[in-house]
Design a protein around this ligand. Sequence first.
Ligand code: S3P
Length: 434
Amino acid sequence: MSLTETSTERIITPARNILGSLRLPGDKSISHRYALLGGLAHGTTRLTNFSTGADCASSLACVEALGAKVTRSADAIEIEGVAGAFRPTEKPLDCGNSGSTMRMLSGLLAPQQGSFTLIGDASLSRRPMERVRKPLAQMGAHIDLTEGHAPVTIHGAKLNSIDYTTPVPSAQVKSAVLFAGLQTSGTTTVREAVRTRDHSELALRGFGAEVTRTLDSVSIQGLPQLQAIQAAVPGDISSAAFFLCAAALFPGSNLVFDSLGLNPTRATLLDALTALGAHIGVLNLEEKNGELVGTVQVNAPRDGLTGTTVSGALAAQLIDELPVLAAIGPYTKNGIRIRDAKELRVKESDRIALVAENLRAMGAEVIEFDDGLDVPGGQQLHAAEINSGGDHRIAMAFSVAALRATGQTLIRGAESAAISFPEFFGLLEQVIER
Ligand code: S3P
């Protein structure tokens, strides 16, 4: 069979090795927060290495529609903030595919004056929004959803501070409550059983808010005046994950990442790869605007990856990296088992179902659970047509699996990689040795 590429389909040919050095575009989670808080702050925020993904462009476009002045140039994004008061818009705010934009912006807008409507694409319109409406409503916000989903209509109101325990681990929900608490007098506290990514806490401090933490809670003092920042966004470790896993598959591989974000709430993949037997080196650690940044080197073990189980708190911390970890499971000796990851079912797609479907298409045996997957090791995959379901992380995860499969794999919906990582296929070609 001869395959041809189109604007939405990519062909992945097996690799012999992965070698090279990469500097990746800015972290998606951090870029969202800097864009949203920069939009609200006083003064002009200047950001270099801002995420190149469509998701962060959605956050920028929303703050621009809300009155911030955004200047995009080749070297930086500048955001002249609205100094505390967003301007209501006539047209709905389009969050595209981005759950982070919709959920965090809901928290930012709930205490503002005026009404705002947030819409998203078909995937985002299927995702649960009650999880942000509920705590914000407890603060006194007026938010309408349609059967728990977008469109989200916010009628701005003066809010009361709260002490809220998140029922599911979600950094987006935590951030929405903190962003509302930022604009509410008193102390707002969010408690979480598993510490999720803490970029909002760090960014809020950077913009001048008073944030304090205990082991399982974070509190913000209301009504500070946020001041613009200047920052270089660290490279995105969730984008690096695809390359780290690819390199871990080829004995003799060597891949180095400069200026990679290494925030401990995001770097769990490095521990997981180490547990699988990969050699990970970290050098030149520095702190920038509260975020750890460093150089990472990965080498595969000579006799192959072992196997691991990801469950409990680890599943929450590795949530965005689980599709690629599962996709390389067949190539490990003892397999990859994932439990306690039910949240994967409500991401940009049902990631448990799609990972299982695509692994099976490539000839693997896999057991699907409500909250995870069991991917036995010692299985050779063959080429297949991959259904990415329009989900960027599924498209990229199976491009990695295809590198060690027999034959040429067709990735359908490959253009979705641009949601977080438009450079993915180009950079992959750069580091593949055939
Ligand atoms: C994100 C939090 C996670 C993650 C998403 C980005 C963030 O989502 O999956 O890709 O930037 O806060 P949840 O908060 O829904 O777990």
